[in-house]
Design a binder for this molecule. Sequence first.
Ligand code: TMP
Ligand code: MG
Length: 286
Amino acid sequence: QVPELENATVRMKNPECVKERISSLRREGTGKLQVISDFDMTLTRFGFNGQRCPTSHNIIDNSRAISEEGRKKLKALLHHYYPIEIDPYRTVEDKLPLMVEWWTKAHSLLSQQKILKSDIAQMVKESEVMLRDGFNTFFDQLQQGNVPLFIFSAGVGNILEEIIRQAQVYHPNVNVVSNYMDFDDDGVLRGFKSPLIHTYNKNNTVLENTEYFQQLSARTNIILLGDSMGDLTMADGVANVHHILKIGFLNDKVEEQRLKYMDAYDIVLEKDETLDVVNGILRYIL
Ligand code: TMP
Ligand code: MG
């Protein structure tokens, strides 16, 4: 069926169930399918040569547009809140207000930095961001199969869009919901548009504009891609889900989080920097 499922990075709690679901997705055809994916650390790499790769926020933090002082403060926020974000021993309810705090503080710091709209493309060019290996095949397969790709990100929409534009994979079947920058008439950043999207509200509460999913109401089969426990609710905007296959990248704190991820995601990819497994499944289905 899909040889990539034998890769050493793959973990499944119920392999039979996964095989059945993949068969159903293939049998019911591409006209019924849509893909919903997270961005940072799901479509982009978590690490390269032992170094962490940047999130869309980090790309701004590390850029020349930010003062040394600003960068220090943003790093301090990351060091404080990221361990909370991924802490397997805290509940989502417990984390939620803290994530709002992180995003609010970070966005407020960024808004004090006189970032120009015209800086964005250069920021991305000079950054160390990398899409996961196999990204070309992933985006191209979906476009050729006429399968819509919905990118649901708590990162920065302007940066994310620029990354996929520069990689030449921002095809017409791609739709993005994320945090967008708000610029004044001179093109200077003055804030972020609402609603605020953070790791743990990627669900119906921010999908007020469900027109997208209404248009796709016939596409009741879903492949969901994420790297966080917060990504599991990203398909909540779809009214009638027939089959859903959840694929989770487990990047960090692998031992501690393994069981939780295996319970929540149908397929868990441990320290896998590629889209090979996803591409293998798509090749079989499309
Ligand atoms: P995602 O939903 O596209 O994965 O993006 C959310 C990630 O962004 C999340 O893992 C935390 C990260 N983040 C930063 O790296 N820096 C920040 O300042 C903030 C607010 C979030
Ligand atoms: Mg992510």
